[in-house]
Design a binder for this molecule. Structure first.
Ligand SMILES: Cc1ncc(COP(=O)(O)O)c(C=O)c1O
Length: 425
């Protein structure tokens, strides 16, 4: 079906005034469909219509997708419908099919995807499951989110592993050099973020994984910001594991995520958190001696128990929503907005420290910066009082600010932030 702006505009303006129940989400989603055609990165009509599909308040400039991605109506609606689907008949199960849908979205196989509740779940599966002895070394950045720092710090305390850190550099090549120079005979794991939360630069993760593989080192990647921002092909990336969520850039329900574990790595990565679904149904507590059976032959071995049908129906809907618009179109739009933001910030010259690299391959939708001579925490509060939400960055003593833009944002919103910075400087 061809994208019809006039029809869509009509239903979008209806959407803006109707209650959730009255909105015909299906029709609106149909209007977004464009047969995979290219949408121009600066087609403001199209992107404004997309914005109308989000419950975000009209005058609230939300520039903090890096923390939480608000869901569009079709996702919220699918959560509701999914709950009804389960609760009408007391149905159990039904969420397993989401693993296959996620796998197709990130370039993996269905049996390599474990369903989780957030990035932290996946990082813990990777961190605690990789066999390490006292003195074994793990390489991380100095820019870790607590979710990728604390599990490894805990293993340092409990198991005596040694953590070595580097600071991400302004270029991908220099970042690789820094990692290379930390590798010793005791290095067992490189556990870095694809995109650190601090300043949103894209690390050269494919090269990092290749380097790791060459030296028999495991690559355990924190992929919090990858899916929904970048086009992913995890097989091509070559990582051993990739922990992510569907509640940031994928715009899915909060409390949902996934963990990719490369098929050949599943016999190495031990599983500690097990229950219903992580077994192969061969255990028997009534025979003597009791029988263990085996772990499930897929990444299901890494999670067990009851999941929420509603939430995972919401994840399905988030993937449908993204694919309706087109992941390539989304990536181009948010990279364009990120570039616009960076250029506008660079106009301040010496008055601002631009922390995110300007290198093409290392930047996308997130920009980190510091306003010189200004209390950045106070500036953040000033922004909030003017209905502009960004994020402060306390990690690594950076004391800086972060702005992240998604498809529901536009240049005028970025300009509003720029005006506030002008006043502050
Ligand atoms: C880089 C990074 N890693 C891990 C996390 C933790 O994510 P979650 O809260 O989904 O566990 C975040 C959250 O912002 C993050 O930015």
């Amino acid at each position: 079906m061809k994208f019809n702006r006039r029809n869509f505009l009509r239903s979008a303006s209806v959407l803006a005034t109707c209650s959730l129940v009255e909105i015909d989400h299906f029709a609106a989603a149909q209007q977004l469909r464009n047969d995979g055609n290219e949408v121009a990165e600066d087609d403001e009509h199209y992107w404004q219509n997309v914005r109308l599909l989000f419950p975000l308040k009209k005058d609230w400039v939300y520039l903090n997708n890096g923390t939480m991605g608000p869901s569009p109506y079709p996702v919220i609606d699918a959560v509701h419908k999914g709950m009804m689907e389960g609760d009408n008949l007391g149905r159990y199960g039904g969420w397993e099919s989401t693993a296959a849908k996620l796998a197709a979205f990130v370039g993996a196989d269905a049996d390599e995807i474990a369903l989780t509740h957030n990035v932290t779940d996946g990082i813990n599966i990777g961190c605690w499951g990789v066999p390490l002895k006292k003195g074994d070394e793990v390489i991380l950045t100095t820019h870790e989110h607590v979710g990728n720092a604390f599990p490894w710090l805990s293993r340092q305390r409990l198991h005596g592993i040694v953590l070595k850190t580097f600071t991400p550099a302004a270029t991908a090549d220099e970042t690789l050099n820094r990692i290379n120079s930390l590798i010793t005979k005791r290095t067992r794991v490189i556990a870095v973020p694809h995109i650190p939360c601090t300043q949103g630069q894209i690390l050269p993760v494919k090269e990092i994984c290749a380097l790791a593989r060459d030296k028999n080192i495991h690559s355990i990647i924190d992929g919090a910001h990858g899916p929904g921002m970048l086009l992913l092909d995890l097989h091509n990336m070559g990582c051993d594991t990739y922990a992510s969520c569907t509640h940031k850039w994928m715009l899915g329900p909060k409390g949902t995520g996934f963990m990719y574990v490369r098929k050949d790595f599943q016999d190495t990565l031990q599983t500690y958190f097990v229950g219903g679904g992580s077994d192969n149904a061969q255990w028997d507590m009534a025979c003597h001696p009791v029988k263990m059976g085996e772990y499930a032959s897929s990444a299901h071995r890494y999670y067990g128990g009851t999941q929420s049908l509603g939430l995972y129906r919401g994840v399905d809907a988030a993937i449908d929503f993204i694919e309706t618009i087109g992941m390539t179109n989304i990536h181009k739009r948010i990279k364009g907005l990120g570039h616009y933001t960076q250029q506008r910030l660079l106009e301040f010259g010496e008055k601002i420290d631009m922390l995110t690299p300007t290198e093409e391959r290392s930047r996308c939708a997130v920009n980190g910066f510091r306003i010189k001579g200004v209390d950045n925490a106070k500036f953040y509060q000033d922004c909030m009082s003017q209905a502009v939400q960004i994020r402060t960055v306390a990690e690594n003593g950076l004391n800086s600010l972060r702005v992240s833009t998604h498809i529901y944002n536009n240049k005028e919103e970025v300009d509003k932030l720029i005006e506030l910075i002008k006043k502050a400087v």
